[in-house]
Design a protein around this ligand. Structure first.
Ligand code: PGA
Length: 247
């Protein structure tokens, strides 16, 4: 899977043009999943642009209620209505700037699943946590709290995104990333058995067309969640092609 997280970028025309470029230039790729995650207000426009193609739509966030007096929030029912099949949950920018907690993330995951959306759960350590050698502890707690009370994880995707690698141009080495991906898979195996083998674990954090090739060679890296490099059609398509070649 290659998922593009456009964050708070693009205008309507750019969003439509980018989506169309990706549709046209990935037509021959049949293996794997390509997911686009535009800003909320462009979901309908992008949904329209990718109609009839193999590309899937995702939102960048959602609230954990169906409807009500929650000014400024978007419900999972609205996202389905807009054509979303996926939703990113717990991105580190939401944790950092919008005080998103593991408890909220758990409620959002449960709600996404019960609404029929596939969550892409983001986890990752800060630089300070990595330097203190508590990466696995931090990622482990984030996952345990996020999945609390969830029995079936077959529709969940996990994205490991070291916070220090997001938007910084510093990416984890393939070996550093693989170590955490392996840790995640084995931790999932303990609780959910062999579903762990089918779980998609994406790497995210300064993924580019130049570094994806060596990342995707790692056994437990099943794809990428791409920010900056997903905003340019050519580089995003380049990443998709490299992942499709290797898998
Ligand atoms: P980046 O963002 O590729 O720009 O580092 C990744 C992400 O935040 O998902």
């Amino acid at each position: 899977m290659v998922a593009g997280n456009w964050k708070m970028n693009t205008a309507q025309d750019e969003a439509k043009a980018l989506a169309k470029y990706i549709v046209v230039n990935t037509q021959d790729i049949k293996n794997g999943e390509v997911v686009l995650s535009p800003p909320f207000v462009y979901l309908f426009a992008v949904s329209d642009a990718i109609k009839g193609s193999h590309i899937k739509l995702s939102a960048q966030n959602m609230y954990f209620e169906d409807k009500g007096a929650y000014t400024g929030e978007i419900s999972p029912i609205m996202l389905k209505d807009a054509g979303c099949q996926y939703v990113i949950i717990g991105h580190s920018e939401r944790r950092k700037y919008f005080n998103e907690t593991d408890e909220n993330i758990n409620l959002k995951l449960k709600k996404a699943l019960s609404t029929g959306l596939k969550p892409i759960l983001c986890v990752g350590e800060t630089l300070e946590e990595r330097e203190k050698d508590i990466t696995e502890f931090v990622v482990g707690i984030q996952i345990k709290k996020a999945l609390y009370g969830i029995q079936d994880i077959s529709n969940i995707v996990i994205a490991y995104e070291p916070v220090w690698a997001i938007g910084t141009g510093k990416n984890a080495t393939p070996e550093e990333a693989e170590e955490v991906h392996f840790f995640i898979r084995e931790m999932i195996r303990k609780k959910y058995g062999n579903t762990a083998d089918k779980l998609l674990i994406l790497y995210g954090g300064s993924v580019t067309v130049d570094n994806i090739g060596s990342l995707i060679e790692m056994k437990d890296i099943d794809g990428a969640l791409v920010g900056g490099a997903s905003l340019k059609g050519e580089s995003f398509v380049g990443i998709i092609k490299k992942v499709a070649e290797k898998r």
